[in-house]
Design a binder for this molecule. Structure first.
Ligand code: BGC
Length: 427
């Protein structure tokens, strides 16, 4: 006779994550705050989610959803609207914001730069100008001592590679530049800014881990035996996934990974060089933005980047108005994180992108990434059922069997959350 207790039996049916695992969601200041008019993005986001004023009630929702951590950023252009002029009321505002998370027992991962620059920095040439490294360092030296007591982990820069790509290659983001040299200079300046700020934050407190959030991609050759496609994979892997870590090596207490993309290189007939295949034209499973849903890729990038230091998935999420797809997304992506941990990869946290629907840069407000839906006309919030699937996972510190049963099917909220479904109305 087996002497397994009912509790043990129950626990065996859960894909358990390590004790102390960080569960949360991420946002960035410009995308959610509203009335941010002093940056190089101007007033494009308008009122956004008005989180500048609604942070208390938004953080109450985080608590109700049982997240134990949250990733957010501060807006440089608010705090230093002119060179050397620091607005102390904005510093006080952010202290209140951070304290509001502390008061709710939510660990804080604070990003110091998430894509936007004060207008005056942009006028000086932005990151292409070496001076910006010094200006950013000065900014951090002024604000970090003010915020340090409320912060658990620092992210210096968000996705330097994506920034360079959107500014210089797609030219969709300000300052819409061109030129190879500019790209190189910007990349090197961002790397130098990270290294300087890393060193400074360690002087401030050696105990608070510092890292970056890097966009990494799962890369593949469409034809396994195509040499050019394999070469494209290698070159891309170096540039997109490893270059920035290499330029800043030994200045990471953890690896922050943002995972969204599975890229397949395919050589069109009658052509010599491969191109990135469009997933939507290949009947691959895609989000509302046409980005492929490919959970296995998360395992691949974790395995590719792992070198023993802690890894946090600082962003991972899906733009979809179909919330059943978000349920399935959460379960299948987190199952890959579980698999990675089982294989010895040191993953210590997961931050879903995003807590709430928000301003998706040049794509505006249509993409819906949120666990919480925002009605932009009224600023009302509605907790999406998928947020409760995530909460179910958080409360078990793992993926319960009841959720795993649905992998391979469409995961509808009613099926998955039978018992918790009524709770939606109580939140
Ligand atoms: C960025 C976010 C963005 C998200 C979804 C990441 O590249 O850090 O600002 O909203 O992806 O596109």
């Amino acid at each position: 006779m087996s002497n397994i207790t009912p509790k043990e039996k129950h626990d065996h049916q859960i894909l358990k994550f390590p004790k102390g695992f960080l569960w949360g969601a991420a946002t960035s200041a410009y995308q959610v705050e509203g009335n941010n008019t002093n940056s190089d993005w101007g007033d494009k986001a308008g009122l956004a989610c008005d989180q500048y004023n609604r942070y208390e009630s938004d953080f109450d929702l985080i608590s109700q959803l049982n997240h134990n951590s949250h990733r957010l950023s501060i807006e440089w252009s608010r705090i230093e609207p002119q060179m050397g002029v620091f607005d102390t009321s904005e510093i006080e505002h952010y202290k209140k914001v951070l304290k509001a998370l502390n008061d709710r027992n939510i660990k804080v991962m604070l990003t110091l730069w998430h894509f936007t620059l004060p207008k005056w920095v942009a006028d000086l040439g932005g990151w292409e100008n070496g001076k910006t490294v010094k200006l950013f360092e000065k900014f951090v030296k002024r604000v970090a001592p003010e915020f340090a007591e409320y912060v658990d982990m620092w992210i210096t820069l968000n996705e330097p590679g994506v920034y360079v790509y959107e500014v210089y290659i797609t030219k969709k983001w300000p300052p819409q530049k061109r030129g190879f040299l500019g790209q190189v200079r910007t990349t090197l300046n961002l790397a130098s800014a990270h290294k300087k700020v890393y060193k400074y934050l360690h002087e401030l407190s050696s105990k608070k881990p510092v890292g970056i959030a890097q966009n990494v991609q799962s890369l593949e050759a469409y034809h396994k035996h195509s040499l050019v496609e394999q070469l494209a994979v290698i070159v891309s892997d170096i540039i997109s996934n490893h270059l920035f870590y290499y330029l800043t090596k030994k200045t990471h207490d953890f690896l922050g990974i943002n995972y969204y993309f599975h890229v397949k290189f395919k050589t069109p007939e009658n052509k010599l060089l491969p191109e990135i295949a469009d997933p939507s034209s290949q009947s691959r499973n895609v989000s509302d933005l046409g980005w492929e849903i490919f959970p296995e890729g998360l395992f691949d990038v974790l395995a590719d980047l792992s070198d023993g230091i802690p890894i946090y998935i600082t962003e991972c999420g899906i733009a979809s108005t179909n919330d059943d797809r978000r349920n399935r997304f959460l379960i299948t992506y987190l199952q890959e994180v579980f698999r990675a941990i089982q294989s010895g990869i040191n993953v210590q946290g997961f931050f879903y992108w995003s807590l709430i629907d928000n301003f998706e840069w040049e794509k505006g407000f249509d993409p819906r990434f949120g666990l919480i839906e925002v009605n932009y006309a009224t600023q009302e919030r509605r907790i999406r059922p998928s947020a409760l699937v995530y909460t179910d996972i958080i409360q078990h510190n793992g993926i319960p069997h009841s959720l795993l049963r649905f992998i391979g099917h469409t995961v509808t909220t009613e099926e998955v959350l039978e018992k918790r479904y009524q709770e939606i109305t109580h939140l």
